[in-house]
Design a protein around this ligand. Structure first.
Ligand code: CA
Length: 390
């Protein structure tokens, strides 16, 4: 949806919605589906491939490519182009006689590539982003677009990386936050070429350096889970839920299809607790403990002083978390807070609770305490907690 006179690749503003970027608008569109946690309706997008005299500029082949991969990255399971067949003022992918138009070959090439990616695109589900990019920016964006997805069956992750630069090739470096990933990586694969991608492990994450992109090109990278790690999971039906929280709610995006949920009020308490089974853990071993959490913002959009719709950005605390030892009245993992601004709206986040050696004798509990911040956060969801043996 390029606006007239924008420089190539600067499809940042959405006609009628100046407060949204191309990416935030696609996220907002999928949000309408994600809010209904029991419904897995897929999102489709319709991407611009036409011009309108004095209004919309005809996107280049590289821009059509970038928009298509960004649609995949931002959660689209299907897409089409406006317009397919020429009518009135709109030049189509095919003309009024059904014959290929100038963009036909570009879209055909893209669909040829995507054919091999289809099984992955169907399986992968968008979660909160765990990676940042450098390189691949343009006048409108600082760097390449990166989005994160999970395959709930295997636990593997995917990154969709798109070069915003639609005029020049780019080298992009991707940095993955290990704590936000919540697992180790054993391999990285470029799914379009089916080739392995080199990566390095750092104390805090993984780095993929100098990935080369053609103008506007996108890549789907598979991050294969390190299956050698011992994992012990506590799903929400095993939680203690208190003071208005509930569990076992149908949620099509949750790991086991169920989630615990609390509607935020003006008081706060330990709404979600998991007393794990000590017998499942190796005595004396150190573990990383994680929670899978999402929040719903208090509202979707607001109007700024000029009456322009803008995405709501929450402030204050979303929740706190820690591990409490009931027997000794101590905190093996001290309480920490998570700012609401650090949580994407209705995307699952993996939150590292901490690293510690669980007691084999004392009663210990991990908890999530939704904050008393209803002006910013409406709901807090917890899918599960899990231990990973170090
Ligand atoms: Ca669950």
């Amino acid at each position: 949806m390029s606006r007239k006179a924008a420089r190539s690749g600067d499809f940042r503003n959405i006609y009628h919605y100046p407060g949204f970027s191309f990416e935030s608008y696609t996220d907002f569109s999928s949000y309408q589906v994600r809010k209904d946690i029991a419904d897995d309706a897929p999102m489709w997008t319709i991407l611009q491939t036409t011009e309108a005299a004095g209004w919309l500029r005809n996107p280049t082949a590289a821009e059509i490519r970038a928009m298509t991969y960004e649609a995949i990255g931002h959660g689209s399971k299907g897409f089409t182009y406006f317009v397919y067949q020429t009518e009135l003022d709109w030049n189509g992918i095919v003309d009024e006689h059904g014959q290929p138009g100038p963009d036909y070959g570009n879209v055909q090439t893209l669909f040829g590539e995507i054919e091999a990616l289809k099984p992955t695109i169907r399986r992968m589900e968008r979660v909160a982003n765990v990676a940042t990019a450098s390189g691949g920016g343009n006048a409108a964006y600082a760097a390449a677009d990166v989005t994160t997805h999970i395959d709930r069956q295997t636990g593997d992750y995917y990154l969709v990386v798109v070069n915003h630069d639609c005029l020049s090739a780019a080298n992009v470096t991707v940095t993955i936050d290990r704590a936000a990933l919540g697992m180790g990586i054993s391999a990285v694969t470029d799914l379009r070429s089916q080739s392995g991608v080199a990566f390095t492990a750092t104390p805090t994450g993984y780095t993929i350096s100098n990935l080369s992109f053609a103008p506007g090109d996108g890549k789907v990278l598979k991050l294969t889970k390190d299956a050698s790690k011992v994992v012990y999971v506590g799903e929400d039906p095993l939680f203690n839920v208190n003071n208005g929280a509930s569990k076992g709610l149908t949620d099509v995006s949750a790991g086991d299809g169920k989630t615990a949920k609390h509607t935020v009020t003006s008081t706060r308490t330990w709404n979600f607790q998991w007393f794990w089974d000590r017998a499942q853990l190796t005595p004396g071993a150190s573990y990383d403990l994680y929670a899978v959490v999402k929040i719903k913002y208090a509202t979707d959009v607001y109007k700024d002083g000029s009456g322009v719709d803008r995405l709501f950005q929450p402030t204050g605390t979303a929740f706190s978390y820690g591990v409490y030892d009931v027997t000794s009245n101590t905190y093996p993992v001290p309480e920490q807070t998570k700012a609401a601004s650090q949580m994407e709206n209705m995307f699952w986040h993996t939150v590292k609770i901490g690293t510690f050696t669980p007691s084999q004798t004392n009663s210990q509990v991990v908890y999530i305490m939704p904050w008393d911040n209803p002006a910013n956060v409406q709901e807090v969801y917890v899918d599960k907690f899990y231990f990973v043996k170090r």
